[in-house]
Design a protein around this ligand. Sequence first.
Ligand SMILES: [Fe+2]
Length: 168
Amino acid sequence: MNILNTAKPYSSLGFDKLEAAEIVSRLNISLCTYQVFYHKLQNFHWNVVGSDFFDVHDVTEELYRESVNDIDRIAERIRVFGEVPTYRMSAYLRDSIVSETSHDKSAEFMMKDLTGDIQKLIETFLDLHEYAASNGDVSSVRLSEELIAKLELYHWKLTAWMNRRYQK
Ligand SMILES: [Fe+2]
């Protein structure tokens, strides 16, 4: 890949058609997964009950506010390639690698479920990172690195919360 390579029959930002499609496909999987995660955060934010109400209520609000910006960055990276980011709710559910959850769950379940989803989100960005790095897409490399670093922090915080019983 060379941004000045004009020998390719089709090129967008120096990527050939297959390279661009592979990058956009990975960005869309991350986007769809993040959208389902975002709505799950709101579900838990609104519906958590019990003595851990404020713990779950507050961290889910912090996370869904962060998620809005992250989702926007992923979608706009897709636009840079001239493609249309996935926008249909039905497609989010179809292509996400995390699933919806009902509202009537314990705080422990919610925190564990979110931790698992964060792990899966990180996996989508690792996949994006690997492909982008081997094809010279430095912007997608940086985007995935930044989002992975942020998600790893939340993974640690939620895991620490779940381990609180060992502190007593
Ligand atoms: Fe709220």
